[in-house]
Design a protein around this ligand. Structure first.
Ligand code: HEC
Length: 104
């Protein structure tokens, strides 16, 4: 019984962590950076907000968790028909998190 409770506690803990930036652990940052460059993310964003396009990333805005950030990258890439693999979406989101959002 004690063991079951411990296992449950551990499971809940892992779940809670999965909500945070832990989803980016082990992400291939070099791959993410390359995909961002290859898919002209910044060019299009710059045409909307000016400058280098980076002000489109608003950590204080509606994207306020790591999971939402990843979800947004997924939406954007689906709309753009990029057909990325899940690891590629994670890699892109991890780079954006490192450079802009900084979710823990
Ligand atoms: C064809 C234009 C276009 C391209 C290409 C594009 N985006 Fe976007 N993206 C937008 C626009 C417009 C918004 C703002 C949407 C809004 O605020 O309602 C946006 C918003 C975002 C946001 C949310 C910013 C925030 O904090 O609210 C993320 C993240 C994002 N884009 C990621 C990407 C990534 C990664 C790529 C490349 C794989 C990409 N986008 C390519 C047009 C584009």
């Amino acid at each position: 019984m004690k063991t079951a409770l411990f296992a449950l506690a551990l499971f809940v803990h892992v779940l809670a962590q999965a909500q945070g930036a832990d989803i980016f652990k082990g992400a291939d940052l070099a791959l993410g950076a390359r995909l961002i460059a290859d898919n002209k993310c910044a060019q299009c964003h710059a045409s909307k907000v000016g400058g280098d396009g980076n002000t489109i990333y608003r950590p204080q805005g509606r994207i306020n968790t790591a999971a939402l950030l990843r979800g947004m990258v997924e939406n954007c890439s689906t709309q753009l028909n990029l057909q990325l693999f899940p690891e590629e979406v994670t890699a892109i989101a991890a780079v954006l998190n490192r450079d802009h959002y900084k979710f823990k």
